[in-house]
Write a protein that binds this ligand. Structure first.
Ligand code: PLP
Length: 365
């Protein structure tokens, strides 16, 4: 049975993150219609703030999709890929593989560039396979292994190829440098519940003018009517009805994104790094060590730590959960091998981690 007694719950998972207090308050606002002028004004502020978060030019289209990060991922392939297109997917973890699966379902011929688990994609491998490719897709922060892929270096290669460039910014945008314009990214997405600490259920996207031109040249309409870029523009730019957006989630998202920009993106980057250093140093004496060997390849927002020898992963996490502390283990091949500690948004704060340290000291003696 679900009991509403989780006021003090400590959520240290790699998403969702604890809701920002301002977002939580905004969720409670009275409902307005999705066609209300005040909602359009709020949407327009969200669009502008998203341009700042993604580091993109005036011309880029930004919007919220009514779904989670995976819908952001799917909408990119659905709008920008047609049957027979060659799509190079960098897949060094679960979310890269999800991208490949989605691209294939929309008819792409997928070329995979991989790397050993816990290692970043080598840009030279992208360069070696890029000839004749219509799109390159990469996950910036691979949540399943805590790896940061070298998007700026890959961007240099993509720029010279003429291919569209899709970047999954789910664990990075809002907390890590993200420069859509400078890097020449054509399509980026994240999930509201990650670095911005808004409730799950929205996928903020950014689409370049070049991507729109590719979309306009499609031979057939996108099979995904719900996220058709023209349909989204009808609502977000022309202010005509397309579908009923979740207005209360927009309120909360607006508040969370504003709070992030008020704190400052660079300050957030410093905060996550500082927290990561303190936590990994504090956990070292327990026998935890970095899973990602090369420091430059470590994703600051998801701390992947190898478990100590003989560590009772499931048992300790269960005991922590009984004390209202949620920690996530590995995924697929890293299950039982690592913990993935979330440092996105409101989880990158000393207070919740202090509680984890106290509980671990108690449990591990
Ligand atoms: N991409 C990455 C890198 C993720 O970490 C996640 C979720 O953890 C997703 C995509 C999918 O997002 P969602 O679970 O919100 O659909």
């Amino acid at each position: 049975m679900f009991e509403d007694t989780h006021d003090e719950h400590v959520l240290l998972t790699p998403g969702p993150t604890p809701i920002h207090p301002k977002a939580q308050k905004a969720l409670m606002r009275n409902m307005l219609g999705h066609m209300d002028p005040e909602v359009f004004a709020l949407n327009s502020e969200i669009q502008n703030d998203l341009r700042v978060m993604y580091g993109t030019e005036e011309g880029a289209f930004t919007a919220l999709l009514a779904g989670t990060g995976s819908l952001g991922m799917e909408a990119g392939f659905a709008n920008l890929v047609e049957a027979g297109d060659e799509v190079l997917v960098c897949a060094n973890g679960s979310f890269g593989r999800r991208m490949a699966e989605m691209a294939a379902r929309y008819g792409a011929k997928v070329r995979l560039v991989t790397a050993p688990l816990g290692e970043a994609i080598n840009p030279a491998d992208v360069a070696a396979h890029i000839d004749g490719v219509n799109m390159v897709a990469v996950v910036h922060g691979e949540t399943s292994t805590g790896v940061l892929n070298p998007v700026p270096e890959i961007a240099e290669i993509v720029r010279h190829s003429g291919a569209l460039f899709t970047v999954d910014a789910v664990t990075t945008a809002g907390m890590e440098p993200f420069k859509m314009k400078d890097w020449g990214v054509d399509y980026a997405y994240t999930g509201a519940q990650k670095c911005l600490s808004a409730p799950p259920g929205l996928a903020p996207i950014a689409v370049s003018e070049r991507a729109f031109a590719r979309f306009a040249a499609r031979r057939s309409p996108t099979p995904l009517w719900y996220c058709d870029l023209d349909g989204l523009k009808d609502y977000w730019v022309e202010h005509t009805y397309h579908h009923t957006v979740p207005v209360n989630l927009h309120y909360a998202f607006h508040a969370a994104l504003r709070a992030a920009l008020e704190e400052g993106l660079e300050q957030r980057q410093r905060r996550v790094r500082q927290m990561g250093r303190v936590i990994s140093r504090t956990l070292e004496p327990f026998g935890f060590s970095h899973y990602v060997k090369r420091e430059a390849e470590r994703l600051p927002t998801v701390l992947a730590l190898r478990l100590p020898e003989g560590f009772d992963d499931a048992g300790i996490r269960k005991a922590l959960r009984q004390r209202e502390i949620s920690v996530t283990g590995g995924l697929g091949p890293t299950a039982g091998v690592i913990w993935r500690l979330g440092l996105m948004g409101e989880s990158a704060r000393p207070a919740p981690y202090r509680k984890l340290m106290v509980a671990l000291s108690d449990l591990l003696g």
